[in-house]
Design a protein around this ligand. Structure first.
Ligand code: SF4
Length: 209
């Protein structure tokens, strides 16, 4: 049953979101890392507004590292958890410069040593920067997997990630991840999902969340 549901979901996503991609804006690899760290508990749109200002004011890793933490806080505070996130930026830029010569490590364990980087952030960075096959489970991916009976409400995000990885072929993990995020953001929203026009109605337990 779950296999059939995932097949229907993946085919549908290919139909309505054939070119899904990460909607966070960045020009340099470290900017993506910072943007994904900042995206915790907020929207990509808000992050893009903030990073547009932050990365213009501090256009290099070195300049961002030297930035006053209070100024970083003032720029990013609208995202929530401003003090914590400002500290993450200071720590990440310092770590990148002192331990990695400014290069984002292509390694999950090393990425997860950065404060503010958990499994989801590491998965997004590895997938977008290094084309590593990953499925990052965020609030959208979680909600859709549960509604479509692919995962249980009591599952952790890690369990959902593993269930999805078992059901989806590895070469489609990253693409499906981006499709799921956009599907959750624009179609299968938490409140008022667009069920009338959704062709997954027959397999959906939409009332569960
Ligand atoms: S039917 Fe509604 S709740 Fe179910 S997947 Fe489609 S949009 Fe989401």
């Amino acid at each position: 049953m779950k296999k059939n549901n995932i097949k229907q979901l993946v085919n549908y996503l290919d139909e309505i979101l054939p070119n899904a991609y990460c909607e966070l804006n960045y020009n340099k690899a470290y900017e993506l890392l910072i943007a994904v760290i900042l995206s915790s508990q907020t929207t990509d749109k808000k992050v893009n507004n903030v990073t547009n200002i932050l990365f213009s004011k501090y256009p290099s890793l070195e300049q961002l590292n030297k930035a006053n933490i209070d100024d970083i806080y003032n720029i990013i505070k609208l995202l929530g958890m401003g003090q914590k996130k400002a500290l993450y930026i200071k720590e990440a830029t310092h770590k990148l410069l002192t331990e990695y010569n400014g290069i984002i490590p292509n390694n999950r364990a090393l990425l997860e040593q950065f404060n503010g980087v958990g499994r989801k952030v590491a998965n997004v960075v590895l997938s977008v920067l290094y084309n590593v096959s990953t499925i990052a489970v965020d609030t959208h991916v979680r909600r859709i997997a549960i509604r479509l009976n692919i995962a249980d409400k009591k599952d952790s995000n890690y369990q959902i990630e593993n269930k999805l990885m078992k059901l989806i072929s590895k070469d489609k993990w990253s693409k499906t991840h981006h499709q799921l995020v956009l599907f959750g953001r624009y179609y299968c929203t938490a409140k008022k999902p667009l069920c009338d026009q959704c062709l997954l109605n027959n397999i959906c337990k939409k009332d569960i969340l």
